[in-house]
Design a protein around this ligand. Structure first.
Ligand SMILES: Cc1cc2nc3c(=O)[nH]c(=O)nc-3n(C[C@H](O)[C@H](O)[C@H](O)COP(=O)(O)OP(=O)(O)OC[C@H]3O[C@@H](n4cnc5c(N)ncnc54)[C@H](O)[C@@H]3O)c2cc1C
Ligand SMILES: O=C([O-])CC(=O)C(=O)O
Length: 351
């Protein structure tokens, strides 16, 4: 926090547009508006909650590894996110923000390469499961027990949006075909368009990994269970239990597949037979914005001799909730650099 531009005293309020109102757009906009006082923040997006990928997510804080990002960096993002949400969890905001702790097990059919993942000392009470605990899962040979945080995703997105509006930020529903449309009206653009970046920027490194989940009513389930293969999980939340899932690379379909729903339900019931009694089963589909590394980068767009500074923050794949606060902080730092460059060039022009 505290990215206050050195030149802020003499500068006019800079106008910052954030494209995207999923988790990444809203959390980045929130970080910018909290840490850079001399600016106005506007969020522009085609879709808002409850219609984003971020609304479909389970919202668990269990990191997924980005192959193209150094582990120390991923750990820092995770720690910053965990600490931020843990503080909310321990405040009067917890219920509005939809944040809570949840304990459970990650279980493996074979001993994993990494018995001690890089995030093991960030979550709470990480330990190997006992023989006694493993008896509940006869197909599995090894397991990890820990307590982590979970977001009720639509509540958290609404809470972020409310905070933004409370800080004086504007929000607009609009599809952007070309970031240059924002030139002239805004000084800096922050691109948080998730999978939309493929079309918006022509970035072919980002691709969808389709995820289908079931949201069910089963309030007696209060321990999470995740198969280490990443395909089957049971995540109890405030309003429902999320049962997953699927990971279908390059599949753009939003239509629920009944065969996948049955398969997900059967896999989850095999781990937690009481789920046979689950009620009010709803199917949701989301496209994870997958990329080898999250793109956190400055770019200067140039047309007809005019410039538009852009900060990219997209490509969070399966792990957006786990790292969002850390990547928002880094994006805000890059925005601070763009502001300093703009102030530098405007004071030179005055000489
Ligand atoms: C089934 C499933 C379960 C998941 N579970 C977890 C989990 O437990 N833990 C975890 O950490 N992560 C999880 N994830 C991953 C997480 O959901 C994503 O990493 C995260 O939601 C990405 O957020 P985003 O803001 O980048 O994308 P989105 O939520 O897709 O938001 C993108 C925004 O950009 C806007 N946009 C795009 N293009 C344009 C355009 N041209 N003009 C204007 N606006 C545009 C969209 O309208 C939207 O507002 C899960 C994902 C799925 C699908
Ligand atoms: O893998 C998980 O535990 C949940 C998740 O992040 C996803 O489905 O993308």
């Amino acid at each position: 926090m505290g990215i206050v531009n050195k030149c802020s005293k003499q500068m006019a309020k800079r106008r910052i547009a954030v494209v995207g109102a999923g988790l990444i757009g809203l959390s980045t906009a929130a970080y910018i508006s909290e840490s850079i006082p001399k600016c106005s923040v506007t969020v522009i997006a085609e879709k808002f909650t409850p219609n984003t990928t971020s609304d479909v997510a389970a919202g668990m804080l269990i990191p997924h590894t980005y192959q193209g990002t150094p582990i120390y960096q991923q750990k820092q993002w995770f720690r910053e996110t965990f600490d931020y949400l843990f503080a909310i969890n321990n405040s009067s905001e917890a219920s509005d923000a939809g944040i809570h702790l949840v304990s459970g097990w990650q279980i493996f059919k074979t001993i994993p390469d990494e018995v001690l993942p890089f995030w093991s000392d960030v979550v709470l009470g990480f330990r190997s499961m006992t023989e006694e605990e493993l008896k509940k899962f006869p197909q599995h040979k090894f397991g990890q027990a820990f307590t982590t945080l979970k977001c009720d995703c639509p509540s958290y997105l609404l809470w972020l949006e409310k905070r933004l509006k409370g800080n004086g930020s504007q929000v607009y529903i609009r599809r952007i075909e070309d970031l240059w449309e924002l030139h002239g009206k805004y000084d800096i653009v922050v691109n948080c368009s998730g999978i939309g970046s493929r079309e918006l920027l022509g970035d072919l490194e980002i691709y969808p990994v389709r995820g289908q989940v079931l949201k069910v009513h089963a309030p007696w389930v209060n321990h999470f269970i995740r198969d280490g293969d990443g395909l089957t999980y049971i995540y109890p939340g405030i309003h429902n239990v999320t049962l997953g899932g699927t990971r279908q690379k390059d599949n753009w379909s939003f239509s629920p597949d009944p065969n996948s729903s049955k398969d997900i339900f059967d896999r989850c019931c095999a781990l937690e037979p009481s789920l046979q009694r689950a009620q009010d089963i709803k199917v949701r589909v989301g496209l994870r914005p997958a990329r080898l590394a999250v793109r956190l980068q400055k770019e200067i767009l140039v047309r007809d001799g005019k410039q538009l500074p852009v900060v990219h923050n997209y490509g969070h794949g399966s792990g957006g909730f786990s790292v969002h606060r850390g990547t928002a902080k880094e994006a805000a730092r890059l925005v601070g650099e763009c502001l300093a460059a703009l102030e530098g060039s405007s004071s030179k022009a005055k000489l």
